[in-house]
Design a binder for this molecule. Structure first.
Ligand code: NDP
Length: 249
C-alpha cells in the first residue's frame, strides 16, 4: 500500500521494454515518491520485471493483470486499486504493425486500434471521474514520432497514434479545468521487443494482394534502411523512462 505522501502511479504494458523500465525507475526513486502499480496482460511474463525491480518488488512496486483491450479487465484492475485512487496514469501499452496495407487483414488493423487507441480511451474513461473529483492527477500517454508524421509501411500504426494524439489534445483542454494534466511523449526508435515482434510478424508475411514492385520496395529498400535508422538513432528504454520521470516530476 502507498505510504502517505506517495503518489500512486499505474502503468500499462510492463512485461517488457519502456513500460518495464518506467516501472522500475519510479519504484526505485531515491526520494520514495512513488507507489507503482505495474500492470501486464499476462502475469506469466512477470519474471523480467520482478528481477529488474529486485528488493522493491512487493514494496514500492506491485503487480496487477490488465489487458487494455478488455472493458472488464480495465474495470477489474482499477477497482482493485484502493479507493480507485490513481495519481498518475501512464498509458504505455502498444503494438506495432508493419507492411503493405494490401497484405494486412482488417482483423490485424483493428487489433492495433483496439490497443493503441481504444486501449488509451478505455483507461482514461475509467480513471478520469476520480481525478476530476479530486481535482488532481496526471495522465501520460506514450505516443510516437509516428503520431506526428506518417511513415511509409507504418500506415495503420501511424493512424492509431494520430487518432490518440487528436483524442488527447482534445481531452487535455477539458481536463485542465479540473487541474488534471495530460502529457504525451513522442519517442523516435527505441530498442525494445517492439521492433523484434514486428520483424517476426514481417518474416511470416506472405503479401497477398500486394503488387511485386511494392513488395520489392518494402523488402529491399524499406526494411534494410529502417534497420539502419534503428541502429543509428535508437534510444534505450531507460532513456524514455528517464524522460517520463521528468514529465511527471
Ligand atoms: P514492447 O513490445 O517491449 O512493449 C509493449 C508492451 O505493451 C508489452 O508489455 C505488451 O505486453 C503490452 N501490450 C500489448 N498489448 C497489450 C494489451 N492489450 N494490454 C496490455 N498490455 C499490452 O514495446 P515498447 O516498450 O517499445 O512500446 C511501448 C510503447 O512505446 C508503445 O505504445 C509503442 O507504441 C511506443 N513506442 C515505441 C517505440 C519503439 O521504437 N520501440 C517508438 C515510439 C513509441 P505483452 O508482452 O503481453 O505483449
Amino acid at each position: 500500500m502507498a505510504s502517505s505522501g506517495q503518489k500512486v502511479v499505474l502503468i500499462t504494458g510492463c512485461s517488457s521494454g519502456i513500460g518495464l523500465r518506467i516501472a522500475v525507475l519510479l519504484a526505485k526513486d531515491e526520494k520514495k515518491r512513488y507507489h507503482v502499480i505495474a500492470t501486464m496482460r499476462d502475469l506469466k511474463k512477470k519474471d523480467k520485471l520482478v528481477e529488474a525491480a529486485g528488493d522493491v518488488y512487493g514494496k514500492s512496486l506491485m503487480l496487477l493483470p490488465l489487458d487494455v483491450c478488455s472493458d472488464e479487465s480495465v474495470k477489474h484492475c482499477i477497482n482493485s486499486v484502493k479507493d480507485r485512487h490513481i495519481d498518475i496514469l501512464i498509458n504505455n501499452a502498444g503494438v506495432g504493425l508493419l507492411g503493405p496495407v494490401e497484405s494486412i487483414s482488417m482483423e490485424e488493423m483493428k487489433r492495433v486500434f483496439e490497443t493503441n487507441f481504444f486501449g488509451v480511451v478505455r483507461m482514461i474513461k475509467e480513471v478520469m471521474p476520480d481525478m476530476k473529483k479530486r481535482r488532481a492527477g496526471h495522465i501520460v500517454v506514450m505516443s510516437s514520432v509516428m503520431g506526428l508524421q506518417g511513415v511509409v509501411f507504418n500506415d495503420v500504426y501511424t493512424a492509431s497514434k494520430f487518432a490518440m494524439e487528436g483524442f488527447c489534445e482534445s481531452m487535455a483542454v477539458q481536463l485542465l479545468k479540473f487541474n488534471v494534466h495530460l502529457s504525451m511523449i513522442e519517442p523516435g526508435p527505441v530498442h525494445t521487443e517492439f521492433e523484434t515482434k514486428m520483424m517476426e510478424d514481417v518474416a511470416k508475411m506472405e503479401y497477398p494482394g500486394a503488387d511485386a514492385d511494392t513488395v520489392r520496395y518494402f523488402k529491399d529498400v524499406y526494411l534494410p534502411s529502417s534497420k539502419d535508422i534503428f541502429e543509428a538513432m535508437g534510444q534505450t528504454p531507460e532513456d524514455i523512462a528517464k524522460c517520463t520521470k521528468k514529465v511527471i516530476e
